[in-house]
Design a protein around this ligand. Structure first.
Ligand SMILES: [Fe+2]
Length: 255
């Protein structure tokens, strides 16, 4: 979330990557540039700090200069796969790792805040058809990032894909849930992975810009907080030879 989010990743990720011998780092990157979308420059900055692949959400297409990278299968950034046909960008791509190719898919929940009125395709039908189309492609793992508002949706997609993906992880809340586990069929799941950025704020936005709007119906603009404690949240997953998960470890650092 915002500049602080990038700084948090720059501080935490390089050592974490080394210590845990991580093969692939995926970041949901729709709130990176001033909280809305991601610029090409910030994408390159994240890549430099050890983020291998960026998934998306309701702000993915906010900035035009990232569109070309989203369209390019070789550039590791995607937007939700269940946007209607004709939407710029791609919703799934392969990430290359030393252990083999990894399919990464981004999906948007049916109801996401103010974007609920925008048309999206059914996420369950879309992921079914992506997995069907890729069923003969050899790969080390399959990762599905589900960007949604409802816990029920985020839990159901985990069950729906259990045994068919290495990891199904939700986000959009900016608050990590305490339910990370491996589902019965071998898929790692967490309802919401949380965020990287400022801790002392409303999901990254300053309290002083939010509370007058809420309490007194004043028209205020969201201002990103820059002062206070910071947080790094992530989910570490180990995939086995059959492309399912055999260990998960939520990671949370506050400093
Ligand atoms: Fe979002």
């Amino acid at each position: 979330m915002g500049e602080v989010g990038v700084q948090v990743i720059e501080r935490v990720l390089p050592a974490l990557r080394r210590d845990k011998q991580i093969d692939l780092v995926v970041a949901q990157a729709e709130n990176v540039s001033e909280g809305k979308g991601i610029t090409l420059q910030d994408f390159q900055r994240l890549r430099k700090t050890g983020v291998d692949f960026c998934t998306g959400g309701n702000w993915s297409l906010h900035r035009e200069d990232i569109t070309q990278a989203m369209n390019d299968p070789a550039q590791p950034i995607i937007r939700p796969a269940n946007y209607p046909e004709g939407t710029p960008g791609l919703g799934w791509k392969y990430a290359e790792t030393s252990k083999g190719r990894v399919l990464v898919v981004s999906l948007l929940g049916h109801i996401v805040g103010k974007d609920a009125d925008k048309p999206i395709d059914n996420p369950l039908q879309v992921i079914d058809s992506i997995l069907e189309s890729q069923k003969d492609v050899e790969r080390a793992a399959t990762i599905v990032n589900f960007h949604g508002d409802f816990s029920s949706e985020k839990v159901v997609i985990g069950h729906f894909l259990d045994g068919r993906a290495s990891l199904v992880v939700g986000d959009h809340w900016h608050v990590p849930t305490a339910d990370a586990r491996i589902l019965p069929g071998g898929t790692a799941h967490q309802t919401d992975v949380g965020m990287c950025g400022i801790l002392d704020a409303s999901l990254g936005v300053s309290y002083s810009s939010v509370i007058p709007r809420w309490r007194d119906s004043k028209q205020t603009r969201n201002v990103l907080e820059t002062v206070g404690l910071r947080q790094f949240n992530a989910l570490l997953v180990r995939a086995n030879d059959s492309g399912l998960a055999d260990a998960t470890e939520p990671i949370r650092q506050v400093f």
